[in-house]
Design a protein around this ligand. Structure first.
Ligand SMILES: *Cc1c(COP(=O)(O)O)cnc(C)c1O
Length: 460
């Protein structure tokens, strides 16, 4: 029998995501993982419904990713990226440029999703600093007034939609949902950004007439202050697992063009096949100016993110006062992470995910649909390899977590959402075990068992 972990030490000294150090919540000790199963230290095996926060799309201990990482570990685990380059970074960036849309040609490699959002926002701000220095006449098709570049206020504000989630660092927090996010805690320290209501038209539906009205209004009035719009395409993840119409993105791209504002797409959650397309922007056939990738980039084996941009954005940044892009983390382009990402992207490029995600989608639709009859369930929705039960009330995560473990699955609900985003390689039997557990747990919830904890927007 394996030694159990020092849980007392853990609860006394180690922070877990979004938790208190004085009122710790239960944690489960994981010993190892293989395929779609986590093995707990007590030997129990759990079918994984989360892909470790949406990243581990090929399953755990995939031989090809392990081999690539082992080889890289011995050859070159890390080296600074200033003044140095290496094969894993070059290979990965070639692959990313080839698989994303044509206009995206420049890649910035960084440590995590939140940082890739920081990088994207900095890119947008530096781009417009460059534009104002050029002294070329300001072409403002939307208003009669003739504004010269000297009078023009810098475009340094970010516009976004409510119910979004873009990470936990400061610039990222500033564009998270202003009500459910961390604005109430850090409000005064956060840059004030502009918000419009979240997209209302559901995925697969034609755009409701007024869905982009607030966006259009704010752009038409304030476009000279707005550097970029940032949005999660098609699926708003940690802000509520909401799927919205591709038409919304089509309209948004047109508005950004009309009002001369950059479009940043945050595909950290949606990228690499999760919504049924390789990238969610493909549902709308649009292209962003800046794209954030993370989570599944390395197949969930090690932290890495990337921010891609167009030639135009890169040009603009070189015309900024700094003349260079001002970011350079210590572990930028980490070779070990790049090697993992190369192996993961190679697996993605074999395109088996397409049939896998389609099959997962179909099975989840079939198996989850009757959950709508449960009194605690408000909505059931499925898109790609994402299955969601939206409850009427916020759930008690710790309590439900224990129930799920007792049922032999790893599902981690948050806010009023019981959802799964399983690895693409999950078997039909394992997936059935997940959907069955979701319905059993939802059945056990009485209308009154709402949780009193504050409900933050986070994937915690
Ligand atoms: C998870 C997530 C982030 C933050 O990524 P981290 O790696 O946790 O910093 C940003 N944007 C979206 C859409 C995400 O889902």
């Amino acid at each position: 029998m394996r030694n159990l972990l020092d849980f007392d030490f853990d609860s006394a000294h180690i922070w877990h995501p979004y938790t208190s150090m004085t009122r710790s919540l239960p944690v489960f000790g994981v010993h190892s993982a293989k395929g779609c199963e986590l093995e707990l230290v007590d030997g129990r095996k759990l079918v994984d419904g989360t892909s470790s926060w949406w990243a581990c799309v090929h399953g755990y201990a995939h031989p090809e990713i392990l081999t690539a990482m082992e080889k890289q570990l011995h050859q070159l685990s890390h080296v600074m990226f200033g003044g140095i380059t290496h094969e894993p970074a070059i290979e990965l960036c070639k692959k990313l440029i080839a698989m994303t849309c044509e206009p995206l040609t420049k890649v910035f490699l960084c440590d995590s999703g939140s940082i890739s959002v920081e990088v994207a926002i900095k890119m947008a701000l530096q781009y417009w600093q460059g534009q104002s220095l050029q002294g070329k006449s300001w072409q403002d098709q939307s208003s009669q007034e003739q504004t010269t570049h000297q009078e023009r206020p810098l475009k340094q504000r970010i516009l976004t939609v409510k119910k979004g989630y873009h990470g936990d660092t400061f610039a990222a927090m500033s564009v998270c949902d202003p009500e459910g996010g961390m604005h109430t805690m850090f409000g005064d320290a956060l840059t004030k950004q502009s918000f419009v209501p979240a997209p209302q038209t559901a995925f697969g539906e034609a755009l409701q007439a007024d869905d982009l009205t607030a966006m259009r209004d704010i752009l038409s009035i304030n476009h000279h202050e707005i550097a970029a719009v940032i949005i999660e395409p098609i699926m708003q993840g940690a802000g509520g697992m909401r799927f919205y119409s591709a038409d919304y993105l089509v309209g948004l791209r047109a508005l950004c063009d009309e009002y001369n504002v950059l479009l940043i797409l945050d595909e950290i959650a949606t990228g690499f096949g999760r919504t049924g397309k390789l990238f969610a922007y493909e549902h709308a056939n649009i292209t962003p100016d800046i794209l954030c990738l993370g989570k599944a980039l390395t197949g969930g084996y090690i932290s890495l993110a990337a921010t891609l941009c167009t030639d135009n954005v890169a040009q603009g940044i070189s015309q900024s006062p700094a003349g260079v892009f001002m970011h350079g983390p210590t572990f930028m382009g980490n070779p070990l992470a790049c090697a993992a990402a190369c192996a993961s992207v190679d697996l993605i490029n074999r395109n088996e995910w397409q049939a896998q995600v389609a099959a997962i989608e179909q099975q989840m639709r079939l198996e989850l649909k009757d959950a709508i009859n449960l009194p605690s369930v408000k909505d059931v929705r499925v898109l790609g390899a994402v299955g969601v039960l939206e409850m009427h009330e916020p759930v008690n995560t710790a309590e439900l977590q224990q129930q799920f473990v007792d049922l032999g699955v790893w599902v981690r609900p948050f806010a009023n959402l019981i959802y799964i985003m399983p690895p693409y390689v999950i078997s039909p039997a394992q997936l059935s075990q997940l959907t069955r557990a979701m319905k059993l747990v939802a059945t056990s919830i009485k209308a009154s068992s709402a949780c009193a904890e504050p409900q933050l927007i986070s994937h915690g």
